[in-house]
Design a protein around this ligand. Sequence first.
Ligand code: CP3
Length: 344
Amino acid sequence: MTSPSDSTLVRAARRQPVEHTPVWFMRQAGRSLPEYREVREGIPMLDACRRPDLVTEVTLQPVRRHGVDAAILFSDIVVPLAAVGVDLDIVPGTGPVVAKPVRTREDLDRLPELTPEHVPYITEAVTLLTAELGSTPLIGFAGAPFTLASYLVEGGPSRTHTHTKALMHGDPGLWHDLCARLAQISGAFLRVQAAAGASVVQLFDSWVGALSRADYEEYVQPHSASALAGVLGMGVPRIHFGVGTGELLPSMGAAGAEVVGVDFRTSLTDAVARLGDAYAVQGNLDPALLFAPWDVVEANVRRIVEEGRHAPGHIFNLGHGVLPETDADVLTRVVALVHEASAR
Ligand code: CP3
């Protein structure tokens, strides 16, 4: 039996030859699956994330159903923040909501560093999962400092990131200290997962596409680099993903990733032209296209697989997460099609 460190996912991330393009989906565990809705019934999201038995079951569901080439730990980017004591909730249909936004030096002083003792349930879940998964790799993940800061500073989801940008430019000293703390938390959270057996990690900077390249490089990149450095030397390839990041792709790669995630607004061909041959790419089917007739889905999957053949390494994924109303059977067909269309 091959080991997860020799799986198609890890090999593609390392830009090594693969027998077919590996495929997984961001948010593959979740409301698109009836078996997920069943086990989550009546259990609040954060409670679910702290139950290793439930985390294991939910993480395995899309692997069993779709035959994807990787599992991603069922958790959330705000789990480590809750673990260090931030008063927050994950509100269905809205997302993370923080009781008291973090906007002052005193607020920051109340945000401790993360140690493995804060998240014993993560170590336990990853240990259970890697035993169950055998040769299928488990992806660990964390939120990047900017995206976490946005939730903390705004107090919840934001389209404009108003308070976040006001803090970044209005009090750069406090901004950098806040992001340094968040980088410690993210880096430590990634390290816990890699130490327990995750084979790959992904840093989600979902909302960083709201920044110019200059602001990204000055206010964000050093902190994302420090989070990604958390797993240096542990032998796990790092994927760095954000939405609307066409202008930021080279800077996100330079933050210290082996794989750069590409959303659906930038073609893989353009992404590779911007990134050069030092990175593998991940992406990038528009999740909304899964609602189109199958011949449309098929044509787009084939186009992306073809573009990926010219990349130094390609992991097939959506350009962002699976939408809750997605037909799960379409996802299963996409996995089979990626494997067939990419077979070497
Ligand atoms: O399958 C997977 O991809 C693993 C699980 C996962 C979740 N959240 C589960 C979840 C991952 C990787 C995340 C990361 C996450 N969480 C991100 C980065 C990825 C992205 O989408 O850009 C962000 C921005 C969050 C914050 C967050 N948490 C949002 C925006 C939401 C959705 C709110 C809603 O209900 O529409 C959540 C809640 C959440 N995280 C759910 C799941 C399955 C839904 C909660 C539920 O089912 O009750």
